[in-house]
Each structure stands twice: as structure tokens, then as C-alpha cells.
Write a protein that binds this ligand. Structure first.
Ligand SMILES: CC1=C(CCC(=O)O)c2cc3nc(cc4[nH]c(cc5[nH]c(cc1n2)c(C)c5CCC(=O)O)c(CCC(=O)O)c4C)C(CCC(=O)O)=C3C
Ligand SMILES: [Fe+2]
Length: 386
């Protein structure tokens, strides 16, 4: 007699089936000075971003030779993930594609298709959900799927792994990075305050992100609490923490999540704080937002305020993160098998107080604004049109 197949994740022999490729799905960034303007045009098409802000951001890129570090970071992540999967005997190609720059999503899907893939699992390089980290990727995927030639008439199917902000691997890698930053703080500095930093989003996008129990901001607060508690335990001394934001764009009249990290450092300094650790929990690698907004701007602000400031690493290719992504992909495959067979889904690994984010998006998931339908269909959803 066969036992009821409730724990499909225990069936390791099934591996990543039904998936035969992994799409590492990212933002993209310029590779040289000539790429900067066309890249920014891609990012901001249809967006209400003032010209002045765009000129500023172009300068940030030119400050680094017109080249974003994000592409080599994604190549490193792709290699690390491919290695981790092979170590587990999972021999599927990991292809890399971006929303806003080469290689584009359609290039990656075409590559996977040429390698024989029919059903692909997408891993977005955004850990938290909101329009920017969930739906906008799914809209891009819908368009890209339309552009991939399917000569044999067999459609290519792409599923998405859930937003992994509260997956144990992502959280563990952040705890390790924070502990190392505390240990790297000069011995004569005061015990640092921990300032978590993420990308600001418009308040309207924040409101519309509250689709599966917790908003973008609340997801960060949950992760921040878990990371600060675990780091405090490892360090043998409690840490006080806050959540601040960077990289605001949009017109000044439009409210975005606050406080800005620079303003927040000034408030902390005025209240007597002399030492901080900055932890970029909102970002998975040290790309331009981190290299400029934190390492250039916020660290300079701290210096001007007379504070000691150490920036913790983002998760990058840290081992617990890469291992966690492989676990997440196996879990997603087990979910797909359960869904296909009409069986109960396996348990999903989380830490903190929030449930796992959804693996298949529901209608209305992560819109840009509540109640406003973009009119653009999005892949990986029970209803692509809403
Ligand atoms: C939540 C979030 C993340 C974090 C999650 C994640 O990591 O994905 C993120 C990441 C990134 N944002 C990036 C770059 C940019 N984001 C912009 C604009 C915007 N981002 C937004 C949100 C987010 N963005 C929003 C609401 C806008 C306004 C316009 C819009 O609604 O889309 C602009 C336009 C100019 C400006 O206004 O700054 C640029 C150039 C890069 C690449 C960096 C590199 O090149 O290394 C990365 C990884
Ligand atoms: Fe979503």
C-alpha cells in the first residue's frame, strides 16, 4: 500500500521535476557609459520620474564608469546556484535574464528553450513583494513569453518561486553579515545601533502590497526583528534597531516610505548615537543602490555627523543564501507536483512571524496602486488579466 503523498518535498528523487530549467530573473544594469541612458529609459518608461532625478541617477552610474556591479553579481550568483544544484545531483541549466537590460528575459527564455526546456521556475532577485519585486517582473515575463518562438507549438510555461524574505537561508545569511559587521566595528567605538535599509517605494505601492497578510514594509519589519534578535544572541549583547529607506525617486509631492537613511542618521546623531551598523536587508547584492546610496552617500553622511558606521554585506553569494535558494527551488517543484496532482502542498520553510508568501499569485496581487488595474497581463497568476 502506498502512503498518502502529503510530504512531496521528502521525495527527493523527484528533484526539480516538473522543471527543466531555472531562470535567474533580475533588474539589469548598464555595462558601460553608452548603456546608461538607454537603460534608464527602459527603467522609467511610463513612470512619473522627474528629469532632474534621472540626471542625478545617470551621474551615480557615471561615477562608477557607467557600469553597474549588478551584472557580475548576477553572474556570480548564477554560477554559485548552478554549482549548488549540481552538488545535489540536479543537472538543470540556470539561465539569466533581466527586465531592463541585456541579457533580456526573452533572451534567457530563448536560451532555455534551445536547451530543451518546457517548464521553467523563475527566481526573482527581489526578496520582498510589491509591484517592483513581484508583479512588474510577472508583467515582463508575460511579454517575454510572447516573444519566444515556439516552432513546435508547445508553449513554454514559467512558474515563480515565492518572495523569499522570510526563508531561513536569506535570513541566516543576513544574520551572519550583521554579526561580522559588529565584529568589524572599531574596538574604541560605542556598541552600534543597527539600521536596516531597504529601497523606498511610493505609499500607494506599499498599500497595494498588502495582498497576502503583510505589506512590503511589514515584511521588512518581520525580517529585521528576526535578524536583530538572532544577531544579538550570537554577539551576547542585545542590539537596538530601526528600519530606514534609500533611493527615493518620484516627485516630491508624492509620498514615499520614510525615514530616508540620511535623515535618520541625523536624528540618531542628535539623540547621542555615535556608532551604527547599516544592514541592506532590502537588497540581495551590493549593486548600485548599495554602492551609491549607502557606501557613497549614507557613509559620508555618517562621517559628517561624526559617527562610526560600518556597512554589513548584502547576502550576495553567501553559502546559507545559495543553499536556501536551492531548497526554495526544490520546495517550489514539490508544490508544482502537488498542485498538478491535486494533492495537498508540502510544508514551506519560514522564520519569523509571517506565513510564506504565495507561490502562485492571486488576482490583484502586488498592483502598483490599490484598485487600479494596469491593464497589463502578468504571468504566474491564477488570472493573468487582473
Ligand atoms: C523595491 C525596489 C527595489 C528592491 C528590490 C530589488 O532589489 O529588486 C529596487 C531595486 C533596484 N532598482 C534599481 C535601479 C533603479 N530603480 C529605479 C526606480 C525605482 N525603483 C523602485 C523600487 C525598487 N527598486 C521604484 C518604486 C522606482 C520608481 C520607478 C518604478 O516604479 O519603477 C530607477 C530609476 C531612477 C530612479 O528613480 O532611481 C533605477 C535606475 C536596481 C539596479 C541597480 C543597479 O544598476 O545596480 C535595482 C536592483
Ligand atoms: Fe504578487
Amino acid at each position: 500500500m502506498t502512503p498518502p503523498a502529503t510530504d512531496l518535498s521528502a521525495d527527493t528523487s523527484a528533484g526539480l521535476a516538473p522543471y527543466d530549467a531555472v531562470l535567474l530573473f533580475s533588474f539589469g544594469g548598464p555595462n558601460g557609459p553608452d548603456d546608461v541612458l538607454p537603460f534608464l529609459r527602459n527603467v522609467t518608461v511610463g513612470k512619473n520620474i522627474p528629469d532632474e532625478r534621472l540626471a542625478d541617477v545617470a551621474e551615480h552610474y557615471h561615477h562608477f564608469g557607467g557600469r553597474s556591479p549588478i551584472n557580475e553579481q548576477n553572474l556570480a550568483l548564477r554560477a554559485a546556484l548552478q554549482d549548488e544544484l549540481r552538488r545535489r545531483g540536479l543537472d538543470v541549466p540556470v539561465v539569466w535574464g533581466n527586465r531592463n537590460w541585456e541579457p533580456y528575459t526573452r533572451d534567457a527564455l530563448t536560451e532555455a528553450r534551445a536547451a530543451g526546456a518546457r517548464r521553467i521556475v523563475a527566481l526573482v532577485t527581489s526578496a520582498y513583494s510589491s509591484y517592483s519585486g513581484c508583479r512588474q517582473y510577472r508583467e515582463n515575463l508575460w511579454t517575454a513569453l510572447d516573444e519566444v518562438a515556439t516552432p513546435d507549438g508547445e508553449p513554454l510555461v514559467v512558474d515563480k518561486a515565492r518572495s523569499y524574505f522570510n526563508h531561513p537561508g536569506f535570513v541566516q545569511a543576513n544574520v551572519d553579515a550583521v554579526v561580522e559587521a559588529y565584529e568589524g566595528t572599531p574596538a574604541d567605538a560605542a556598541w552600534p545601533r543597527l539600521v536596516f535599509v531597504t529601497h523606498s517605494i511610493p505609499d500607494t505601492m506599499e498599500d497595494a502590497s498588502r495582498v497576502a497578510g503583510a505589506s512590503y514594509r511589514e515584511q521588512h519589519l518581520d525580517v529585521a526583528r528576526t535578524v536583530a534578535d538572532a544577531a544579538g544572541q550570537r554577539l551576547g549583547r542585545g542590539v537596538e534597531w530601526d528600519l530606514a529607506y534609500c533611493s527615493r525617486s518620484g516627485p516630491p509631492s508624492q509620498p514615499w516610505l520614510e525615514p530616508d537613511v540620511n535623515d535618520h542618521l541625523a536624528v540618531l546623531a542628535a539623540a547621542g548615537t555615535t556608532s551604527v551598523v547599516l544592514s541592506p536587508i532590502g537588497f540581495v547584492s551590493d549593486h548600485m543602490e548599495v554602492a551609491f546610496d549607502l557606501d557613497t552617500e549614507a557613509l559620508e553622511t555618517a562621517r559628517e555627523l561624526g559617527m562610526t558606521a560600518v556597512r554589513a554585506d548584502s547576502v550576495g553569494v553567501r553559502e546559507p543564501f545559495v543553499r536556501g535558494l536551492a531548497d526554495l527551488l526544490l520546495e517550489r517543484a514539490a508544490i508544482a507536483r502537488a498542485d498538478d496532482a491535486g494533492l495537498p502542498r508540502p510544508a514551506e520553510a519560514t522564520v519569523g512571524q509571517l506565513p510564506p508568501f504565495r507561490s502562485v499569485c492571486a488576482p490583484g496581487c502586488c498592483r502598483m496602486r490599490d484598485g487600479v488595474d494596469s491593464g497589463r497581463p502578468a504571468a504566474c497568476s491564477t488570472d493573468p488579466w487582473t
